[in-house]
Each structure stands twice: as C-alpha cells, then as structure tokens.
Write a protein that binds this ligand. Structure first.
Ligand SMILES: Cc1ncc(COP(=O)(O)O)c(C=O)c1O
Length: 385
C-alpha cells in the first residue's frame, strides 16, 4: 500500500518536497498512523496548523455543518462566516479590517501591496525585512524573505526590498529614518529561521520609529499566531500595536485560510479592485477559522504556557541538548551531537514526528496535546538527541 502511494507521488507529484519515507493514513489528536499501521506521536501539527489536534470532533462538526449549509460562493456576495470571522479577529486584536486569502504567503502579499499603496503619497516604496526571516514562496514574498538560499534560481526579484539584521538597533534606526521606507515586516519569533524570538526593546524601538517616520509596522504572525506562543498573537506579548498583522497556518485549524489584518492607519488603503482572491475567506474555511478563534481563550493560553514549562524542564540541560529557544509551544532545540535532520529522521523511526528549522529541532505540538502523549514524545526525542 505504502509503496503505491510513494510510487504515484514520486511519478506524478512535482518533486518539490524532500519527504520522509512514510505515507500517513489516519490521525486523531496527536496520534497518527501510517499505511503500514505504525503509530506516531505528532509534535509538529502539520507545521503549526492543527491547533486542537487532527480530526478534532468539534472542528470537524463546524466544518461539515458549514459544508452542508453553504459552500463556495465567491467574493461577489456577502457571506456570514467571513463577516463574523473578520469581526471576531478585529475585536480580539484591535485591528480594523481584514483581507482573507488562502495561505501565509498570500497574507503577506496583501501586506506588501498595502505597504506600497500606503507609500504612494510620499513616494516611498522600500519595504524593510530582517535577515534570516521567512515570509513565503511567491516571488514577492521570497524577495521579502531574508535568506539567500531561497533566492537561488528564481531571480530577478521585484525591487524595493531591504534587509537588516534582527536586534541591531543601529541598522533599524538607519533604515527607518532614511525617508525611503514605507513599511517594515517582521516575525516576532523567526520560525523557519531557527525559532529565534526578537528582543522586546528592539520591537518597541521599531514601533516608535515607525510612528515617528510614518512607516507601517507589519508583523508576520503566520507561524506565531493563533495561540501558538501563549497569547492570541505574539505581538500582544511585546506591548506593541502593529499597523498590519498577517496570519495563516493555525488560523483554519487544518483548512487553508490566510488573513491580512489592517489597523487604523491603513484600514482604507485598499479599495475596490485593488486586491482579491477567488477562494479567500470562503464560507467553509471561514467557519473552520471561526471555530478555532472562538475556542482560543485564556485557558488554552495558560495550557500553552504550562506545556512550554513542562517541555523546557524536560529538555533544558538534558544530554545531547545544547540549548532550547522559543515562545509558548513554538520550541527550538539545538542538538549537541547530531544534526537536526538526523534527529528528526531517528525520531520518525521511533514513532515521533518533529520538525526542523535550520540547525534546530522544532516542536509545534497541538496546543491541547495530552501530557501523556507529550511525555512519551519527549522521551523518544531525548533518546534520539
Ligand atoms: C512566518 C511565515 N510567514 C509566511 C509563511 C508562508 O506560509 P505559507 O506556506 O502558508 O504560504 C510561513 C511558512 O512557514 C511562515 O512561517
């Protein structure tokens, strides 16, 4: 069975993914099973997506109810799930308007367009991003991404992007006071870049400089958002008010949806015809996200922080662990003796799914994972570190 899946995939699916030699078949919560019947504990949530675990019954009920009521319509008409979701996101973030797309890259594309149109009034078009950032795989979001390895083969890229080093205040001041910049886009915790949180002082300085220089402060919460770091969005722990917040991944809990939230300063920058998406904010994905966002409450955030403390206690100072970084249930572990890829492969052999981010092993477990599963998973991880 597994061989058929692998054969068909390798024959017919574009070879963009370096897959593990496993064909997953079914799942519930943090437990997965492959086509040979082997069981796995999941500490990756499909890269930070299935916040309440796989096939969560409440989420499945919300989605199937919506499917049986009103499915795809297009954005030519109003639909209640999209409108309600936008209202809920604004109420819980202080943002004013939301554009819906289908992925993180699209949420960021929207932010980049908002930045460019915002800068039209004073002839500014440069968008600042950080080295080591990750913002997506489209040509524009690759231009924003501050990692050269993603740029090979795909140039030329659109002009008007400038990268600075994270936590370097002098570079930040120079860029944001240059008079050329319309926006800065940054992740509060660089996820793909190695699970590295930004310093609070640096982020607060960015906010101050943005205010003083009429620059948009845009926060990419594609990975950090939706409860992952122990608050609804990570910026809420940094004491800042961004002008733009983008998110995706966990937002739909397993269905594709991305959101670009706009604050007071730029809520009306995009007008009719400026942007659009056939599927963006469709009733089914919006119903999925409504289910997720309405369940992300203080109890869940407290649970995230407790599980983070548990993971840190298990791993900090454990044999083979050179360091632990991250925020909430977004954790990076630096292996002392092996590469992160080797640890991930060895864990999979032992029935544990983990992620990597550069030299780190990365954990993005379901936010409600049971302590029993978490402990069992960490034991496998510790053995392989
Ligand atoms: C911070 C960040 N931004 C954007 C993206 C791109 O999201 P997507 O793969 O949904 O396009 C990712 C994906 O890992 C991400 O981590």
């Amino acid at each position: 069975m597994q061989n058929t899946t692998k054969h068909n995939d390798q024959t017919y699916v574009a070879g963009t993914y370096g897959r593990f030699d496993v064909a997953l078949d079914k799942a519930s919560g943090a437990s997965y099973q492959d086509e040979d019947g082997k069981a796995y504990i999941d500490l990756g949530s499909g890269i930070g997506v299935t916040l309440f675990g796989a096939c969560d019954p409440d989420w499945v009920a919300a989605v199937t109810t919506q499917m049986n009521t009103l499915g795809h319509t297009s954005n030519l008409y109003f639909t209640a799930p999209q409108a309600k979701l936008a209202q809920l996101l604004c109420a819980r973030t202080g943002m004013k308007k939301v554009f819906f797309g289908n992925s993180g890259a699209e949420a960021n594309e929207c932010a980049l367009k908002v930045a460019r149109k915002f800068g039209e009034k004073n002839g500014r078009s440069t968008i600042v991003t950080l080295w080591n950032s990750f913002h997506g795989r489209t040509i524009a979001t690759l231009a924003a991404t501050g990692q050269d390895k993603f740029h090979e083969h795909f140039g030329p890229f659109p002009e008007g992007f400038c990268h600075i080093h994270a936590n370097n205040e002098a570079e930040l001041v120079e860029a944001l006071t240059s008079g050329k910049v319309c926006a800065i886009l940054m992740e509060m915790v660089q996820g793909e870049g190695g699970v590295i949180p930004l310093n609070k002082e640096y982020v607060q300085l960015a906010e101050k400089l943005c205010r003083e220089n009429d620059v948009l402060l845009m926060v990419d919460e594609v990975q950090t958002g939706n409860g992952r770091t122990g608050s609804l969005y990570a910026f809420q722990q940094y004491g800042i008010t961004p002008d733009v917040v983008t998110t995706s991944k966990g937002l739909g809990g397993g269905l594709p949806i991305g959101a670009c939230m706009l604050g007071e300063k730029c809520q009306d920058v995009l007008g009719k015809g400026d942007h659009g998406s056939t599927f963006g904010g469709n009733p089914i994905c919006a119903a999925a996200a409504l289910n997720v966002i309405s369940r992300l409450n203080d109890d869940v955030f407290a649970g995230v922080r407790e599980r983070e403390a548990f993971i840190r206690k298990e791993l900090e100072g454990a044999p083979g662990v050179a360091g632990v970084t991250g925020m909430g249930l977004m954790i990076g572990i630096l292996p002392e003796r092996k590469t992160s890829a080797q640890v991930a492969a060895d864990c999979l052999t032992d029935g544990l799914m983990v992620l990597t981010a550069h030299e780190k092993v990365r954990l993005l477990p379901p936010l409600n994972i049971s302590y029993e599963e978490l402990k069992a998973g960490l034991n496998i991880l510790k053995k392989n570190l």
